[in-house]
Design a protein around this ligand. Sequence first.
Ligand SMILES: Cc1cc2nc3c(=O)[nH]c(=O)nc-3n(C[C@H](O)[C@H](O)[C@H](O)COP(=O)(O)O)c2cc1C
Ligand code: SF4
Ligand code: SF4
Length: 271
Amino acid sequence: MNTAIVTFSPTGTSSAIAQAISRGINPGEMKTIDVTRGEAVTKEFDSDTVVVVSVPVYGGHVAPPALQRLEHISGNNTPAVAVVVYGNRHYEAALDQLAEFLGNRGFRVIAAGTFIGEHSYSTAETPIATGRPDAEDLRFAEQFGKAVGQKLSTAPNAPAIDVSSIEKPVQDAEVMVSFQQTVMGWMQQGVPIPSAPQVDTNLCTGCGTCVDCCPTHAIPANSPSTTDAGVCIKCCACVKACPTGARTFPTPFAALLTKKFAEPKENKTLL
Ligand SMILES: Cc1cc2nc3c(=O)[nH]c(=O)nc-3n(C[C@H](O)[C@H](O)[C@H](O)COP(=O)(O)O)c2cc1C
Ligand code: SF4
Ligand code: SF4
């Protein structure tokens, strides 16, 4: 069976997980549709291809640009692996949303996974799941891919699974409530939440790395020390890629997430 990866992954963690799963299914084969820096694609898959779809979680949902750019992918009873990657807080509705999106487009979701990736807002001062997926996460993802391959070789027409029965991350309810209360308090007090990264013009060399990695073309090539906040999705790809540290995203969420979600969560899969 052929394999294909479909991903949107500004900071690379969703893509890394998809590659590891795909390696496990079929070490020799890795066709990739990566819509991170491109526009929407139109692509129809046949039933001889298993498609690994891996996307990040934003606000408990699939990152909106992923769904927009993948709106025109479709399958013909095509087996799919639905994967959401989240920054160690929670993924809430995202996996159900992705499975429904794929089901509505002719895919048969025969396996699913929820994986941890370093949080987009993570910094040296406010670490959140730093370095994940690490080597162990990638081994786990590859093993999962092997199990998907075995499932498909013994039951190529396996029916779609109910992804809502996947084991949920262990999460202290009090922590979740206090996180939500803190955020509501910020809103009531009008605590400023930045709508785009800021740039230290003294550190910016004009190298253009941020321009090339921005998924929404929010950074003008002729003025890379500026950002169009109207189209920025706060993915922090530019912050992580900037070689001089000129770009930062000083959101109060980073310290809060560090404080409340320090306990590493586990990847979960369902076949
Ligand atoms: C705007 C935004 C919202 C996010 N919301 C969540 C969330 O609700 N839960 C969570 O655990 N992580 C959240 N994250 C973190 C990402 O899901 C995580 O860092 C993921 O690994 C990023 O994937 P990528 O490397 O493929 O871009 C959010 C990140 C961003 C930029
Ligand atoms: S990557 Fe950093 S240094 Fe390079 S142009 Fe962008 S902000 Fe300036
Ligand atoms: S400018 Fe905004 S959308 Fe573009 S890479 Fe930076 S954070 Fe992401």
